[in-house]
Design a protein around this ligand. Structure first.
Ligand code: ATP
Ligand code: MG
Length: 388
């Protein structure tokens, strides 16, 4: 039996004149993503995306993949059949045999995209419902709270039979809102922040600051593993690994301890701002959450982002750790994030960080550092890795 996924677009239907561009992007994204599994033809007709599943292809794997594509509101896995009552009935009986065996009550719901079809939707539902009840007498008709709804969609060329939609990933197609750089540490928060912004239609470029030998090769591998998990949702993603050791040592040797973290974070933002521009990114993304640590107070964030030209997106800013952990579990990054490898933020951590840093004092402290040449050095040694 020929199977197909009928995918309904989400928020992009609100986009008026831009709709065509959004839809084209969604089709392209969907094509690229299903190609990871098999060569499934993808087409858009009457605002529905069709993913055909050729004979012999693992349909479950295709569904898994499509469920992670942003921009889709819902997905129906359906059987294709001729536009005749006999064919619809046979297909419903066979294709939905498992669902029918488990359900006690049912109804049939018909949609007619082909208005030339000679019967009304209600007529089709009544006919198919009556016949199914005769074939499966244990299946009781229930128009209000049926355990099983048999969906029949009559479209231009074919009819489709399915047991109802499952939710899609929601959000907007990746790239529809441009590209941004994700500051990716090995922690719980930053992968979640990346996922959330990608869901709003951003393509991602990862940036990781690496302080070898204070942090180990294993710590870097962990970050790349997190990046790889993210590619299941965001597709291809470059990750830039920036050497950070010399900068941290310079800060340690030349600045007051209570300012270590804030100055280090300003270097991260400075470097990210420049790398982001090189990759045509329109913003930076961090996993900061208000008050979570000393560097995430309002004054600290103000001093940190004063070095950037690009807007800084912090999608977790108003979330509790528990809420963040829930998403990390859902997107499958949590178990990797809690592996016990150190992050450069925990190297040279001051005992009493300043939670209300003052920009003038921070600038004064930075005047004892060769900021420009430290930035140039780090910049010239960036390792570029493509994931996905
Ligand atoms: P996470 O759980 O994501 O590590 P965190 O709560 O540990 O976050 P910080 O260590 O203060 O918080 O970092 C705040 C944000 O700064 C991170 O979410 C991330 O976006 C960025 N960041 C921290 N360390 C690095 C790093 N080594 N490389 C790239 N970005 C980093
Ligand atoms: Mg961290």
């Amino acid at each position: 039996m020929q199977e197909v996924l009928l995918c309904k677009c989400g928020e992009i239907v609100l986009k008026g004149l831009n709709r065509k561009a959004f839809e084209d992007r969604l089709v392209a994204n969907l094509r690229r993503r299903v190609r990871r599994i098999a060569n499934c033809p993808v087409s858009l007709r009457q605002s529905v995306l069709f993913v055909e599943i050729p004979e012999g292809v693992d349909a479950d794997a295709v569904v898994e993949e499509v469920r992670r594509v942003f921009g889709l509101a819902s997905i129906c896995r359906a059987a294709v059949c001729e536009k005749t009552l006999e064919s619809i009935l046979e297909t419903a009986s066979g294709y939905l045999a498992d669902e029918i065996a488990f359900a006690h009550s049912f109804k049939v719901e018909t949609k007619r995209a082909d208005k030339k079809f000679p019967m009304t939707s209600i007529g089709v539902s009544q006919h198919i419902g009556g016949e199914l009840h005769q074939r499966f007498p244990a299946l009781r008709p229930d128009m209000h709270h049926p355990e099983l709804t048999v969906h029949v969609e009559i479209r231009e060329q074919y009819a489709f039979v399915h047991a109802g939609p499952t939710p899609g990933a929601g959000g907007m197609p990746i790239g529809a809102n441009g590209r941004a750089a994700l500051l990716l540490s090995g922690g719980i928060d930053s992968p979640v922040a990346g996922y959330m912004m990608a869901k709003r239609g951003l393509e991602l470029v990862g940036i990781h600051f690496f302080s070898y030998p204070y942090t180990s090769e294993r710590a870097k591998e962990k970050v790349l593993e997190l990046g790889k998990i993210l590619t299941r949702y965001v597709g291809r993603m470059p990750v830039l690994v920036v050497p950070f050791t010399k900068i941290q040592e310079a800060i340690r040797d030349n600045c007051r301890e209570e300012l270590f973290t804030i100055i280090m974070r300003r270097f991260m933002m400075r470097l990210s701002d420049r790398l982001a521009a090189e990759y045509s990114c329109g913003g930076l993304i961090t996993g900061e959450s208000l008050g979570q640590v000393a560097s995430q107070t309002m004054p600290a964030m103000a001093v940190t982002e004063a070095v950037c030209e690009l807007p800084v997106f912090r999608p977790l800013i108003g979330m509790d750790k528990e809420e963040i952990v829930q998403i990390a579990r859902k997107i499958d990054t949590f178990e990797t994030s809690i592996l016990p490898y150190e992050d450069c933020c925990t190297v040279f951590t001051p005992k009493h960080p300043n939670i209300r840093p003052n920009l003038v004092k921070v600038l004064e402290a930075e005047s004892h550092l060769a900021v420009d040449s430290l930035v140039e050095d780090a910049f010239s040694d960036v390792e570029r890795i493509i994931l996905g």
